[in-house]
Design a protein around this ligand. Structure first.
Ligand code: UFG
Length: 342
């Protein structure tokens, strides 16, 4: 199949391109490179021995996007839509940027898809759409809510895409709600490359381990969890990428709307993550217990049963591999894709 991947040069996007190519699919990427490096795709090409058709296009550029659909010699069988801004704090400070980029970008994409008769879309949603769940594990039929503009863009896009299916049943939409993606490809060649100081836990821990950051602040030690620190469902990015390959195979069977959690079903606390990473890396991870971070919840982990039923997908990698692969990537690329020391 020929798959268009928006945001394909980013963290999850590049891992997904790699798995799609490895399964024999053709891949075209559109990415504006605002938070990604083209180097990720060169490495995907090295790893797979296959070519990625790359187009530096912003989804807000309708003419540019039309050009991609027009110029491709084979029609796209499906679109995997990753492109979007994803920093919660930034979304609170600059909501218009988030609404414009994430919502308008998706509207332009869907309109151009319709123009060219491409009606299969897999959307990168998030567990953030469950807000503060009453219980865990979280199933897909739990009530939806959100607490910040970033989360609202995910929820709004979910609703927009479902409305499109109601209006035109030829459309097929797969909404994948990710839990906490971590890890890197086992080659150590592609991984997460956050700009500036990371706001997510795993890249922060790995930068403490490598000596770039002095100390981790553990946000809250008094949650009602096993050890007082926040619990999350960390999922290996390669498992997540493989979930998209399964979703592509499912969406071409015309299923209408499919909504699945992509998580492991297991929750680990911040301190468990710190300990696991220290063990794998052999480095001490300095930390202090700090105040809770605004907007954080105590515990969030998936019931992943529906993804197994609907997509035939389940995770393969555990916490050890998540830490091991993050550490390999971090050590081999201390400056991300920027100035790697080989
Ligand atoms: N944490 C710390 N210190 C840090 C960073 C994080 O203690 O420096 C803690 C958080 O309080 C939380 C856990 O580590 O308990 C995970 O935090 P992350 O920032 O890594 O991830 P979140 O669960 O807050 O958010 C992630 C994505 C969001 C997405 C959400 C969905 O970053 O985009 O999962 O649940 F919306």
């Amino acid at each position: 199949m020929h798959i268009l991947v928006t945001g394909g040069a980013g963290y999850i996007g590049s891992h997904t391109c790699l798995e799609l190519l490895s399964c024999g699919h053709r891949v075209t990427v559109v990415d504006n490179l605002s938070n990604a490096s083209i180097e990720s795709l060169s490495r995907v090409e090295t790893l797979t021995g296959r070519k990625v058709n790359f187009c530096k296009v912003d989804l807000l550029d309708r003419q540019g996007l039309r050009g991609v659909f027009k110029s491709c010699d084979a029609r796209f069988d499906a679109v995997i839509h990753f492109a979007g801004k994803k920093a919660v704090g930034e979304s609170v400070a600059n909501p218009l940027l988030y609404y414009h980029n994430n919502i308008t970008g998706t509207l332009v994409l869907a309109e151009v898809m319709a123009e060219y008769g491409v009606k299969n879309i897999i959307f990168s949603s998030s567990a953030t759409v469950y807000g503060d769940p009453a219980t865990v594990p979280i199933s897909e039929d739990f009530p939806l809510s959100c607490t910040n503009p970033y989360g609202r863009t995910k929820l709004m896009v979910e609703e927009i895409l479902q409305d499109i299916v109601v209006a035109d049943p030829q459309w097929n939409v797969c909404l994948l709600r990710y839990f906490n993606p971590v890890g890197a490809h086992k080659s150590g060649l592609i991984g997460e490359d956050p700009h500036g100081t990371p706001s997510n836990l795993m890249p922060y821990i790995s930068q403490v381990a490598v000596g770039k950051l002095a100390q981790l602040s553990v946000f809250g030690g008094d949650y009602e969890t096993k050890d007082g620190t926040g619990v999350r469902d960390y999922i290996h990015v390669v498992d997540l990428a493989l979930g998209h390959v399964k979703a592509v195979e499912r969406i071409v069977q015309n299923p209408g709307v499919v909504i699945c959690n992509l998580g492991t079903g297991k929750g680990y606390s911040v301190l468990e993550m710190v300990r696991a990473f220290a063990e794998v890396s052999g480095k001490e991870i300095a930390y202090k217990i700090a105040d809770r971070r605004a907007g954080d919840i105590a515990a969030c982990y998936a019931n992943p049963a529906k993804a197994l039923r609907e997509l035939g997908w389940q995770t393969q990698y555990g916490l050890h591999e998540m830490c091991e692969d993050t550490w390999r990537w971090q050590q081999n690329n201390p400056n991300g894709y920027g100035r790697e020391i080989m």
